[in-house]
Design a protein around this ligand. Structure first.
Ligand code: PEP
Ligand code: MG
Length: 322
């Protein structure tokens, strides 16, 4: 099977009728770049930068981060490398930042909320990203954006950091793309406003499902409810893509659902531009793409959006599976 799939490694990710999308990999560590390339990944849709901050006793320096981002982007060549700024909190704790205990860490002080208050954390990372952006095709992505104010504040930090670098005579990529994750339902509802302010969206279904259906993504007892097949989730995905396209930006997905074989016709037909997944899923998804044509995927997508329950959606996806 793996041998057969290798045939898709150097092929473009496209449908039977030649409609192209991007199939990319998710990474959490420098070591993950090679498997993504070996499996025919056309880019990295999510580099979780948390690993730089974990298993240590202090924040990583700008220089340490710069070296890692530079190495990663050099390995990727011209291919896009989306690096997400620190997404601490929730399920990702850092012992040396002694934040107060919270009743609901997933609804608490985390990710962009922390970074916007802590220049000592955010600015070295932004400096490292802007500088490393000279060596490849790095794009910066903000996690857990819930409002336009947060997005504008994050962008303002980038501008401050650019001005600092300029004043210090340090070279950096002036035109780096800025994007955001769509992983909170509030962001979907104002996606038309947010889309005017970024170069791309990436849908994080792991959290989007959690916050939409009110199901803790870590709780095994209710794990079955954490499903992308819930019609509410599918509608949020569709709405996000439409809002992005209305402003001519691309819309990707870097949550687990992007690599789900069953869901592919729905996402393809809904207009998703980029699918980012763990390296092991890339070849299989590329293969399934070649079995579909855009027109039939669009028709199926529209039908699926009219189904009423997750069970119906799953049964339907199984029926049309190729
Ligand atoms: C997501 O929430 O879907 C996502 C990709 O981010 P993470 O799993 O790192 O929270
Ligand atoms: Mg997330």
């Amino acid at each position: 099977e793996q041998e057969r799939l290798k045939a898709f490694k150097d092929q473009k990710a496209q449908t039977k009728d030649g409609y192209q999308v991007e199939v990319a990999g998710n990474m959490g560590n420098l070591k993950d770049v090679d498997p993504i390339l070996a499996n025919g990944g056309e880019g990295v849709g999510l580099f979780r930068s948390e690993f730089l901050y974990m298993d240590r006793n202090e924040l990583p320096t700008e220089e340490e981060q710069f070296e890692v981002y530079k190495k990663a982007t050099e390995k990727m060549g011209d291919r896009p490398l989306v690096i997400r700024t620190l997404d601490v909190g929730g399920d990702k704790e850092l012992p040396y930042l002694d934040f107060p205990e919270e009743m609901n860490p997933f609804l608490g002080y985390r990710a962009i909320r922390v970074c916007l208050e802590r220049d000592d954390i955010f600015k070295p990372q932004l400096r490292a990203l802007l500088r490393a952006g000279l060596y490849g095709n790095i794009k910066i992505m903000f996690p857990m954006i819930s409002s336009l104010d947060e997005l504008l504040a994050a962008k303002a930090k980038v501008e401050e950091v650019k001005a600092d670098l300029k004043a210090e005579g340090i070279d950096f990529n002036q035109n780096i793309d800025l994007g955001m994750m769509i992983e909170i339902p509030a962001a979907v509802m104002i996606a038309d406003k947010l889309a005017k302010e970024v170069d791309f969206f990436s849908i994080g279904t792991n959290d989007l499902i959690q916050y939409t259906v009110a199901v803790d993504r870590m709780n095994e007892q209710i794990a079955e409810m954490h499903t992308p097949y819930h019609p509410a989730v599918l509608r949020l995905i569709k709405r996000t893509i439409e809002a992005g396209h209305a402003e001519d930006i691309w819309v990707g997905m870097c949550g687990e659902a992007a690599g789900e074989e069953l869901l592919l016709p729905f996402l393809l037909g809904a207009g998703l531009d980029e699918f980012s997944m763990s390296a092991v899923s890339i070849l299989k998804i590329k293969e399934i793409l070649t079995k579909w044509d855009l027109d039939s995927a669009q028709k199926e997508s529209a039908k699926i959006l009219n189904l009423s329950t997750a069970a119906e959606v799953k049964a339907y996806l199984n029926k049309i599976k190729k």
